[in-house]
Design a protein around this ligand. Structure first.
Ligand SMILES: Cc1cc2nc3c(=O)[nH]c(=O)nc-3n(C[C@H](O)[C@H](O)[C@H](O)COP(=O)(O)O)c2cc1C
Ligand code: SF4
Ligand code: SF4
Length: 341
């Protein structure tokens, strides 16, 4: 029996669903399938006679940061055959191209890449279709996943159509999303008065970036490392997680101001060092100023905002949001791994 490892990450269950379709088909065709959840499990020893499938959802035209880290840290594949599968709502951008590059560097032979369109889960910014109205889209996604698994079984060498485009603009956006965007979008989350402190959001976050915190009354607080996978906002049984408009605006303006302030700081640093080191001085100055600006904004100011959120005159102000009337989306039957324990 040929062994197949399916390494996957799923925020709200679409990728998990596709992985289940792929894995069932492989099992029926006598493959020995092992599933590994990226962010939770790890491949202990690399068996290069085994086949590998890497499946993940698309966040801002890219693979989630935790997926890219996982791929970079894999033991050398020494020629092991691999396939990539992206799950998205419209356009995977350069995600598959980039993931293939990382795997090539890890000595994997990526012979197949594919992807399926499933319902949108970005409830933070868009109003998703509820899962019970998404049956057709789910069935279409499942069919594409099944076709992909058939290609995998036959060993077909094929690349996803996204390999044909250049993706310059989406690549730039994805770069900034991975560096700042996902973190500051995480910082815009807030809980409204419907929160009953059940802790489901905390237990289900794949990167453990939510904790119960607060001087006056403990409530969920989003720290610095959000992937923006949309799991917490969609899983909350009370629909109590919202995107605070004031926090979104404050953090956006401060982020722009903070990055803007890095330029004069870098200029100052460059004139403080001898001529030949000017460029190095500028880069160092910029990096130091950026770290300081991010710390001030996402640690110090964030703490102050979180404290203000708990004081009644400010509570209503910070709870102004546009997500209260948005639907929430979870693939039917999906339970994140940590909640299964
Ligand atoms: C922050 C965020 C960014 C997203 N960016 C994209 C994107 O660039 N392209 C796309 O087609 N779908 C995008 N989506 C939609 C998801 O990729 C899509 O809903 C996917 O099916 C989710 O899979 P999952 O349930 O396994 O997490 C995004 C979703 C989120 C939460
Ligand atoms: S899941 Fe919802 S109700 Fe439960 S602690 Fe988190 S925000 Fe509050
Ligand atoms: S805080 Fe929410 S959106 Fe961010 S990584 Fe955790 S579950 Fe995903």
């Amino acid at each position: 029996m040929t062994k197949v490892y399916i390494h996957y990450f799923s925020g709200t269950g679409n990728t998990k669903r596709a992985v289940d379709v792929i894995s069932e088909n492989l099992k029926q065709n006598n493959f020995d399938v092992h599933k590994l959840v990226i962010g939770k499990d790890r491949l202990v020893t690399m068996d290069n006679s085994a086949l590998h499938i890497f499946a993940f959802s698309i966040l801002s035209w890219s693979a989630p940061v935790l997926v890219k880290k996982y791929l970079r840290r894999l033991a050398a594949g020494r020629g092991a055959k691999a396939a990539l599968f992206a799950v998205y709502a419209g356009d995977p951008g350069q995600a598959l191209v980039d993931a293939q590059k990382i795997l090539k560097n890890r000595q994997f032979d990526v012979f197949l890449s594919g992807g399926a369109c499933y319902p949108n889960n970005w409830s933070q910014m868009t109003n998703p279709v509820p899962a019970d109205e998404a049956k057709e889209a789910l069935a279409a996604g499942d069919q594409t996943a099944l076709d992909f698994s058939n290609s995998f079984i036959k060993g077909e060498a094929k690349q996803h159509p996204s390999f044909a485009s250049g993706h310059l603009l989406t690549r730039i956006i994805a770069f900034f999303f991975a560096l700042f965007g996902r973190r500051f979008l995480g910082k815009a989350y807030i809980v409204d008065s419907n929160c009953n402190h059940c802790g489901v959001c905390i237990k289900s976050c794949p990167v453990c970036t939510i904790n119960m915190s607060g001087l006056i009354r403990k409530k969920p607080h989003w720290r610095f490392n959000c992937e923006d996978c949309a799991r917490c906002i969609n899983i909350c049984p009370q629909k109590a997680i919202q995107v605070s408009m004031p926090k979104l605006i404050i953090h956006s303006l401060l982020l722009i101001a903070g990055i803007g302030a890095c330029f004069p700081a870098a200029g100052f640093m460059s004139v403080m060092v001898p001529g030949v080191f000017r460029i190095a001085g500028w880069i160092l100055g910029f990096a130091i100023a950026l770290m300081a600006a991010l710390w001030l904004q996402f640690v110090l100011l964030d703490r102050i905002l979180f404290l203000l959120e708990q004081i009644s005159p400010f509570q209503k102000f910070f709870q102004m949001n546009f997500t209260k009337n948005y639907n929430r989306y979870m693939a039917p039957g999906f339970k994140p791994e940590k909640l299964n324990q």
